[in-house]
Write a protein that binds this ligand. Sequence first.
Ligand SMILES: Nc1ncnc2c1ncn2[C@@H]1O[C@H](COP(=O)(O)OP(=O)(O)O)[C@@H](O)[C@H]1O
Ligand SMILES: [Mg+2]
Length: 227
Amino acid sequence: MSSAEGAEVLIEDVTRTYPASAGPAAGVFGVSARLAPGSFVTISGPSGSGKSTLLNVVAALDRADSGSVRVDGADIVAAGERQRAQYRLRVVGCLFQDAPLVGELSIANNVVLPGLLAGAERAAAARRAADLLERVGLAGCAERFPAQLSVGQRQRAALARALMNRPRLLLADEPTGNLDRATGRQVMDLIASVQAEGCTVVVVTHDPEIAEAGDQHLRLLDGRAQG
Ligand SMILES: Nc1ncnc2c1ncn2[C@@H]1O[C@H](COP(=O)(O)OP(=O)(O)O)[C@@H](O)[C@H]1O
Ligand SMILES: [Mg+2]
């Protein structure tokens, strides 16, 4: 179940701005950080401080206006769309506040999906999905559909799916934001276990306890890194 070695991420002078009709532009401005392989990095800051913008740039879901994000040496900002799609599929795993599972697919098939997209053989992908669902405590839910699960179960299923292709970088944007404390702790424990296997993990959080627990804690304010 262990992941390959965690990715090193070098964020250099990343700017991504959204034009504002009134007032100053929003986004992130000139953010730099080095995320060490296998580290647990937390990002905090008030609402609107640019946490999701930064994470989406690192996830290659969005592209920075300028600056670079080198993941194990390859700059995903400068990369073409094909390379960015491969990166999203094979290198990075994402977890969001609302687990965007495919409603028409069973939980098992949701988890299998990235494996099939990456060219895995179906039986092997199904075995891995079953292992992952067991690991997140959802072995009994494999044939259910997302709407039949609780919010916390859906979030654990989304984590299993994010791990399907053995990412070297896990990016989580307020993964416990919609969960009660006990369920949030379960999800954080699972995320910690992913880091323990060597994966580099980034968690955006409002929870000061989680933020302080990081090997590295990046604070954003008005789109800029503090201290
Ligand atoms: N798609 C968008 N279009 C316009 N403005 C945006 C967009 N996404 C984010 N912003 C603005 O950029 C700033 C940072 O947003 P965001 O990264 O979502 O902050 P956070 O995740 O820290 O709450 C906010 O002012 C937000 O309104
Ligand atoms: Mg956000």
